[in-house]
Design a protein around this ligand. Structure first.
Ligand code: SF4
Length: 224
């Protein structure tokens, strides 16, 4: 009989590691792990090499735990970023492993998988949740149908959990108009969001072909 393979923290596919970061969790000194895989295709994504969940990487989570062992007392915590961290089933055991070492745990997510995010929140001390647009404009920001429902359901889980959070929105002025941003401000306020940060679009790492396609699509819908 075939045996089901048990998913453990060692199965975590890590595409990048920032050993010392002051900007991935406000007011904390952290190491940040960039996890492989994301089903969305945001035109401004600055980590496109992380999108393929099946890509081979040079990192081993067990080796990263060894590195973290040497950083006890020097780091406040560890942030699981991406990609979309909740894509991987190994996320939860990996968060548990890091907690067991005494580190605080932070999480970055786009809210792609609301129920997985809800489960991960139980192991996190802080989350940075990307809310990319008001509901009507969401799909053009993610390149994926029905994405607003996932992101806003995830937001509801974050707010219900009582966890410390920051909601972040990357603003590209040709993809999100001032009217869009005002609509988003109202939608977030209606849900009770009190910590919302607008982030400036950065060109570093961006897939320019995807971005140019998105800008062209946007301009053609505005002139239609
Ligand atoms: S959700 Fe994040 S990782 Fe995924 S495509 Fe968008 S910006 Fe990139």
């Amino acid at each position: 009989m075939a045996r089901l393979q048990q998913i453990t923290a060692s199965n975590l596919s890590v595409g990048g590691l920032e050993p010392f970061s002051l900007c991935d969790w406000p007011d904390r000194i952290v190491a940040t792990l960039f996890l492989q895989g994301c089903p969305w295709r945001c035109p401004y994504c600055h980590n496109p090499s992380l999108l393929d969940a099946a890509a081979k990487t040079d990192f081993s989570f067990d080796a990263i735990l060894g590195f973290l062992e040497s950083r006890r007392g020097l780091l406040d915590g560890v942030v699981f970023s991406g990609g979309e961290p909740t894509l991987q089933k190994a996320l939860l055991p990996a968060m548990e492993a890091v907690r067991a070492m005494g580190f605080k745990v932070g999480l970055h997510s786009g809210g792609v998988y609301p129920e997985r995010l809800r489960d991960a929140l139980a192991l996190a001390d802080w989350i940075g949740l990307d809310i990319k647009a008001p509901t009507h404009a969401y799909d053009r920001m993610t390149g994926t149908p029905q994405s607003a429902a996932h992101a806003f359901e995830s937001l509801d889980y974050v707010l219900e959990s009582g966890i410390d959070y920051e909601v972040r929105t990357t603003v590209h002025e040709r993809l999100l108009s001032e009217a869009d941003i005002e609509m988003l401000r109202r939608q977030l306020a209606a849900r009770g969001v009190t910590n919302w940060k607008r982030q400036t679009y950065r060109t570093t790492g961006v897939d320019t072909e995807r971005m140019n396609r998105a800008l062209k699509d946007r301009e053609s819908t505005m002139t239609a």
